[in-house]
Design a protein around this ligand. Structure first.
Ligand code: IPM
Ligand code: MN
Length: 354
């Protein structure tokens, strides 16, 4: 028996509980086949926590998160809470969790499996074989900048980055590029924003430590266009919180469906928060049709980045590929000949393959 792994499960709202159920199946399956000692605790975040405790995340959940090794999250938010002020919204729970635990490095891989390329609105040849990694800064920038204010006459937010914040996310991006094809594209808006000028300078300075990595800078508007036009030109992309948020949604369509995209948010010790890139999809919540693969692949990332168990993570990825190549699909990635499965059936099939 190895050391006990403590995982906190925060299913949240909408389709969150459904995808987290399937994540749990996968964790139990690998715990069995690799003889791992895993403890899963579960608690509330988002709208469901607002309903029960009048806050999107309680101090107790924050401290549970601090004592766990990894957190798996479903999603937060939904129409029921849309009219709350932004400081009271379910999303604030997730933002507080990211910020209080210093999960500054958000890794969002966009990988296009040949079986799902047909589900994208883009041409197959543009996206097939795509494998890029978006590194998004997650605890700074305009999401958290002070001051911020709203009155009925005007409103503002502050986009601010310190040198240290840019340095540490650049390091992660260069390190990631070193393990891949050694190409890094830093995305900013340096033709307009001072904050981007500093971003560019610091990324340049960091690049001196990584002479093997080819560094390129791109303006965010052009980057959005290039991602649509020729996504395979990229290897690793690094960007600020807001730009990275937008670019990673583009990244999702490049894989066929946003239902396929996992993510990891890491602190400097590789403790992590793992969540699908998709949201709570209120329109399909409770219907048993949501694609659990984004969350299942997030579990695979957890074993790789937090627990350093690459074989476990590869086993999960292989099981996902096997389900796809055997012609199984959830609705969002279905092609005319696919065998369509419900959320639960897909999760069970993948855990069986594991
Ligand atoms: C994401 C989401 C979040 C974000 C929301 C839910 C606060 O869109 O993880 O990409 O903007 O970071
Ligand atoms: Mn987003």
């Amino acid at each position: 028996m190895t050391k006990i792994m403590n995982i906190l499960l925060l299913p949240g709202d909408g389709v969150g509980p459904e995808v987290c159920n399937e994540a749990t199946k996968i964790i139990n399956a690998v715990a069995n086949s690799f003889d791992l000692d895993i403890l899963i605790d579960e608690d509330l975040i988002g709208g469901i926590s607002i309903d029960k405790y009048k806050t999107p995340i309680t101090d107790e959940v924050i401290s549970k998160a601090k004592f766990s090794d990894a957190i798996i999250l479903g999603g937060v938010g939904g129409p029921k809470w849309d009219n709350l002020a932004s400081k009271d919204k379910p999303e604030k729970g997730l933002l507080r969790l990211r910020s209080d635990l210093d999960f500054f490095a958000n890794l969002r891989p966009s990988i296009c499996f040949s079986e799902t390329s047909g589900a994208s609105t883009l041409k197959k040849e543009i996206i097939e074989g795509l494998d890029i990694l978006i590194v998004r800064e997650l605890t700074g920038g305009i999401y958290f900048g002070e001051p911020r204010e709203k009155s009925t006459k005007s409103a503002f937010n502050t986009m601010i980055y310190t040198r240290e914040e840019i340095e540490r996310i650049s390091e992660i991006a260069f390190e990631s590029a070193m393990k891949r094809n050694r190409k890094l594209c830093s995305v900013d808006k340096a033709n307009v924003l001072e904050v981007s000028e500093l971003w560019r300078e610091v990324v340049e300075e960091t690049s001196l430590k990584y002479p093997e990595v080819i560094l390129e800078h791109m303006l965010v508007d052009n980057a959005a266009m290039q991602l649509m036009k020729d996504p395979k030109q990229f290897d690793v992309i690094v960007s600020s919180n807001l730009f990275g948020d937008i670019l990673s949604d583009i990244g999702s369509m490049l894989t066929g469906s946003i239902g396929m995209l996992p993510s990891a948010s890491l602190d400097h010790k590789s403790k992590g928060l793992y969540e699908p890139v998709h949201g709570t999809a209120p329109d399909i919540a409770g219907k048993g049709v949501v694609n659990p693969i984004a969350t299942i692949l997030s579990v695979a990332m957890m074993f790789k980045y937090t627990f350093k168990l690459n074989q476990v993570s590869e086993k999960i990825e292989l099981a996902v590929k096997k389900a796809l190549s055997n012609g199984y699909a959830t609705q969002d990635i279905a092609l005319p000949n696919s065998k369509i499965l419900s959320t639960e059936e897909m999760g069970s099939l993948i855990s069986e393959y594991v």
